[in-house]
Ligand binder design. Structure first.
Ligand code: ADP
Ligand code: MG
Length: 706
């Protein structure tokens, strides 16, 4: 069978179904994936030396003939292989431990290359546990000339046949049953057979402008470079491609969105909007004004808004969304505000109803608690009103009428499936405008790269400013001292306490609920004089509401909760935030949790408990003590942990990078500029059929927030 890039990897010679399963674990499904399986480092075995010239401490490659093989034992009784290898200059002893099978691989007379470190073993100079590569059999057992291996060093083209010695040797992430050595063999095979089929889709002008090496050469030398410099040039080329396509695709999706989706274009009644804003009990911040302007401008267009409103907890996102919903109402359109939890939905409902009912607008609450009959009633009554609720809003039983605007609060809490349903619910007729809100900031560099189809508004300030929340990382040995301090604070100031229990998973699990329950019982015995409450996602909605009401009234001093509970909850009298196992959280998430205190006038505190003494962990957590800006913390997290672990990364739809790094801002800027220039000169990519094909390959998901 002829191999192509798309061929399942199982059909590569010497792979087969069993190994294909193992390869799948490494994310390798096709021949293409194998080509793009990039080594994470190289062993430098490029120094080739005649045996007589090896020196202790050197890592070298030697070549010669096996002249003796003994299975022996060490003093402690371990199995040991003693092998003598000779070239024209001399003989070297080579040892392995516990590899008795080698006698079959390297019998006397084998011509072999060995790469490894030269060291003393007792008073003898040996090469210990080297990589080996059999290059032939020597029936007459004449030591080959040292020059026999010198072709590795000559010529500008790397000699690919030498895979494991005598060169920079690629080392790959392995999985049980698949070694780097084996991967090297298969990768070198597909390089030889398939590389020529690889299409270089990056336009030539771009390649020359940015001094890129040709794609095939890049792939070749990222695996088998003849120098570190070559491997770096190769990586730069592959990283360039990756970032280039991410940005081109984002731009393309945006264009498809704008050209193909229709929405209700709203008229903005400035006078009425100003009236509503004037009726609010506070003055909007400049950021709120700015975001409202951006959002309302989106609403006037004939294609749907797809905007993300980002702002720390307490930055006042709800009222911004509410003004957009008011404009939709004035245009005879229904709007929906979806919150991730019942309690938040109730809170939003209360707020919005309070502000909008005086203007004659009906605001309904839809949560899982209501029967669907009531919901059908609501929809008739409500047109063109506002529906606030949980994911119950997605129920098929609700027939929306002229749905013009969908607002999703804390969008990272909604799974992809639910966003899919949102698409279903709006299928008929126009696409509603979409506004998503989040307190999880996306690091700037990432936002710029991938958000081509999503506009971003940011509330960077907190209304009225906010006292800095004093934050301390509390190591284990100081934990006991902090409890009396907490009691004292409660007694002196009357402030209340949140205790957040470890994050087990990003979704609420039984395990998380258990952890909170256990801690609740423990703290109850520690603080017999206080009233404690427990809140986790496995409780019934009614129980949750009761506990939160009691906490709000001040009947509960200390609320033990799981991290995913009630993201945006507003309790001004809460002044202490205790977070258990803080090291398990991303900085952005810690910042969000911390934002639940410090909402009133009292000085507030955040205690980050950790049992981990590792310096890296402590340094990361300690940035919470000095930094109080969400976006800055997100950037620190990106630098320290990488986006893979960044809280909310997956939910924001941020893709994993294979070769490029999110921290490589220079290359991100360079590729961004390149994409911009290209599409400015040729928006339909008419002159670039290869690029068009490549964009067409992926089904374009223009819908919802991704
Ligand atoms: P979040 O961005 O976390 O969702 P909210 O919308 O819940 O924040 O707002 C937090 C609190 O601040 C609410 O009580 C809200 O009424 C109030 N608020 C919003 N905007 C302002 C403002 N400009 N000045 C004072 N308070 C405001
Ligand atoms: Mg909120």
């Amino acid at each position: 069978m002829d191999l192509t890039l798309a061929t399942p990897v199982q059909y590569v010679p010497r792979v087969g179904p069993a190994r294909a399963k193992l390869l799948a674990k490494l994310g390798i499904e096709t021949v293409h994936d194998l080509l793009y399986y990039i080594p994470f480092r190289y062993d430098d075995f490029s120094i080739v030396s005649p045996i007589a010239k090896v020196r202790p401490g050197e890592t070298v490659t030697i070549g010669g003939t096996v002249t003796a093989f003994h299975n022996a034992f060490t003093k402690s009784g371990k199995k040991m292989q003693e092998v003598k290898v000779s070239d024209e200059s001399g003989t070297l002893e080579v040892i392995w431990f516990n590899q008795p099978f080698l006698v079959r691989v390297l019998p006397v007379g084998t011509i072999v290359r060995l790469a490894g470190k030269i060291d003393w073993y007792g008073h003898k100079l040996v090469m210990s546990s080297p990589s080996y590569e059999v290059t032939g059999r020597d029936p007459v057992n004449v030591p080959p000339a040292y020059s026999a291996i010198s072709p590795i060093m000559t010529g500008s083209r790397p000699v690919i046949q030498s895979l494991h010695t005598g060169r920079l040797v690629p080392v790959y992430s392995e999985t049980a049953g698949l070694t780097s050595k084996w991967l090297r063999g298969r990768i070198s095979f597909v390089l030889e057979t398939v590389l020529k089929h690889l299409n270089d889709t990056i336009p030539e002008s771009v390649q020359s402008d940015h001094h890129l090496v040709p794609l095939a050469r890049a792939i070749q030398s990222v695996h088998f470079p003849d120098s570190i410099v070559r491997s770096e040039t190769a990586r730069r080329r592959l990283a360039f491609d990756e970032l280039f396509f991410l940005q081109l695709r984002a731009w393309h999706e945006r264009r498809v969105w704008e050209l193909s989706k229709k929405s209700h274009a709203c008229r903005i009644d400035e006078k009425k909007v100003t009236e509503l804003i004037a009726s609010l009990p506070f003055t909007l911040t400049d950021d709120q004004h700015g975001s409202i302007k951006e959002i309302l401008h989106d609403l006037t267009r004939t294609y749907p808004m797809n905007r993300l409103l980002e702002g720390d907890v307490g930055s006042g996102k709800t009222v911004v969304a509410m003004i957009a919903m008011y404009v939709a109402h004035l245009n005879g359109l229904q709007s929906v505000l979806m919150a991730p939890t019942q309690i938040l939905a109730e809170q939003h409902h209360k707020t919005i109803k309070g502000f909008l009912e005086p203007f004659g607008i009906s605001v309904a609450l839809i949560t899982g608690n209501r029967s669907m009959n009531q919901e059908s009633g609501i929809r008739v009554k409500l047109h063109p009103g506002i529906l606030v609720g949980t994911h119950a809003l997605l129920s098929k039983k609700i027939k929306y009428q002229r749905l013009g605007l969908v607002v999703i609060d804390e969008q990272q809490r909604f799974g992809v499936v639910q966003r899919g349903t949102l698409e279903e619910m709006t299928k008929r007729g126009n696409t509603p405008h979409l506004l998503t809100m989040t307190a999880t900031p996306i690091p700037r560099t990432i936002a710029r790269t991938i958000m081509g189809n999503l506009d971003l508004s940011v509330l960077a300030t907190i209304p009225g400013g906010r006292k800095k929340i004093k934050t301390w990382v509390v190591p284990n040995e100081k934990r006991d001292k902090s409890y009396p301090w907490i009691t004292q604070q409660i007694n002196q100031t009357g402030g209340q306490v949140f205790v957040i229990c470890p994050l087990i998973d990003e979704s609420e699990t039984l395990f998380t609920a258990k952890a909170a329950t256990t801690e609740y019982i423990r703290l109850k015995s520690l603080f017999p004089e206080l009233q404690l409450g427990l809140l986790h996602g496995r409780m019934k909605p009614k129980e949750k509401t009761e506990v939160l009401d009691a906490f709000r009234r001040g009947d509960i001093h200390m609320l033990v909760a799981t991290p995913v509970v009630e993201v945006g909850i507003d309790i001004p009298n809460a002044t202490i935030m205790v977070i258990e196992a803080a090291e398990r959280f991303g900085l952005s998430q810690l910042h969000q949790l911390r934002g639940r205190v410090g909402r009133g006038d009292l000085q507030s505190y955040c205690l980050l408990f950790t049992e981990q003494g590792e310096e890296r962990t402590l340094t990361r957590l300690k940035s919470m003590e000095t930094t109080h800006s969400g976006p800055v913390l997100a950037d620190i997290d990106l630098q320290l942990r990488g986006p893979g672990e960044l809280f909310g990364t997956r939910q924001h739809g941020i893709p994993d990078l294979h070769v490029a790094r999110w921290t490589d801002t220079a290359l991100i800027a360079e590729t961004g500029k390149s994409v911009k220039e290209l599409v400015a000169s040729d928006p339909s990519l008419t002159a670039f059929p290869l690029l068009r094909d490549k964009l067409g390959e992926s089904t374009i998901k223009t819908i919802t927030v991704d």
